[in-house]
Design a protein around this ligand. Structure first.
Ligand code: ZN
Length: 86
């Protein structure tokens, strides 16, 4: 089998989590985006991650900073930090 002939599918869940932010914003190159979608079709664990991420992001967008208790803001921020790291 020749190496490097095919586009690399996204198999690594850790790697995928790092791409979720760009994925939901449609900022990934089409090939990477498609590869992620294929992975999600086969990986319920990552789908759960994606849904959690999406609901967190939409929640953050609908809530003004001032409305958030500092404690909750911290929790959300650390959640995002954890999940956005590459
Ligand atoms: Zn996965």
């Amino acid at each position: 089998m020749r190496k490097g002939a095919l586009p690399t599918p996204v198999r690594n869940c850790k790697h995928l989590v790092g791409l979720l932010a760009d994925f939901v914003e449609h900022q990934l190159p089409p090939a990477v985006h498609a590869s992620l979608e294929r992975h999600l079709a086969a990986c319920p664990r990552c789908v759960t991650q994606l849904k959690t991420y999406q609901s967190t992001v939409s929640m953050l967008r609908t809530i003004k900073d001032d409305d958030l208790p500092a404690e909750l803001r911290c929790t959300l921020k650390s959640f995002l930090d954890r999940n956005c790291h590459n």
